[in-house]
Design a protein around this ligand. Structure first.
Ligand code: CA
Length: 257
């Protein structure tokens, strides 16, 4: 991979203990803790910096034993685990992390595509994988998708409220100005994504991969149709939408009032 240009940053390095940074998504998503287990300095630093810039609380360790020990002290929401580690084999690290942290998401980062089946299989317990080289944008999109699924877990704030639109993720109900609106499953998922990052542009590619799925090969006209149905149901004028705005050549944005 090509890591993003690393900022000069004093004495910080692996095993420095991680620290919370101001959360770019304050108010919608709490800063999730991500543990990066990667012995390659360039990749580890590039990943940590990129994820911190996105508001995550990042810890970075450079060995398998370090990862297991660190996760025990500061349980992560998500682990980015390199398979080729200097001490314990990554597959074994994955197995132990899975046993100790059944609720954490484990995402394998590896060049060893031959082992993916074993790792993602039930045996080692990883949830997903990315093969090197990969783009930061792709990786962070995957991370967001996984963490969003976790957000649906009991205990997370189920309500998204933007202006007079209220979406209850647990009950899967939507209200506009207090009146319930009936949405179909994909319309609901699409609105959840748009509202969870209200005010931000969301690309068509990301919507297609997160709401439909990564292997969607169909026409993106499906997306346009869902957007116009949503607009109609949310009383958003189709010729001059005020809630769901089209960003030509990019995607859509749910406007904050
Ligand atoms: Ca490695």
């Amino acid at each position: 991979m090509t890591p993003p240009s690393a900022r000069p940053r004093g004495a910080r390095g692996p095993d420095s203990g991680g620290r919370a940074v101001p959360n770019a998504y304050a108010g919608t998503v709490p800063a999730a803790r991500i543990l990066v287990v990667e012995d390659d300095e360039t990749i580890g630093r590039g990943l940590s910096d990129a994820l911190e810039r996105q508001g995550y609380d990042v810890d970075w360790v450079t060995s398998g034993a370090g990862g297991i020990e660190h996760a025990a002290r500061r349980p992560p929401a998500l682990v980015l685990l390199d398979l080729g580690l200097p001490d314990v084999d990554g597959v074994e690290v994955c197995r132990r992390l899975r046993a100790a942290h059944p609720d954490s998401t484990i995402l394998i980062v590896t060049a060893r595509s031959a082992e993916i089946d074993v790792v993602v299989g039930l045996d080692a317990g990883a949830d997903d994988y990315v093969t090197k080289p990969f783009g930061i944008a792709e990786l962070t999109a995957r991370i967001r998708a996984h963490l969003r699924r976790r957000d649906l877990a009991p205990g997370a704030d189920p309500q998204l409220i933007v202006g007079d639109v209220c979406l209850d993720r647990e009950a899967r109900r939507v209200y506009v100005d207090g009146e319930e609106v009936q949405l179909r499953a994909k319309e609901f998922d699409l609105l959840t994504l748009l509202m969870s990052e209200a005010g931000a542009a969301i690309t068509r590619e990301r919507i297609m991969s997160e709401v439909w799925d990564e292997n969607w090969w169909g026409s993106t006209k499906t997306l346009d149709m869902h957007i116009s149905t949503l607009r109609r149901k949310l009383n958003d004028p189709v010729d001059a939408p005020r809630r769901i705005v089209t960003l030509r050549g990019v995607g859509y944005r749910f406007e904050k009032p």
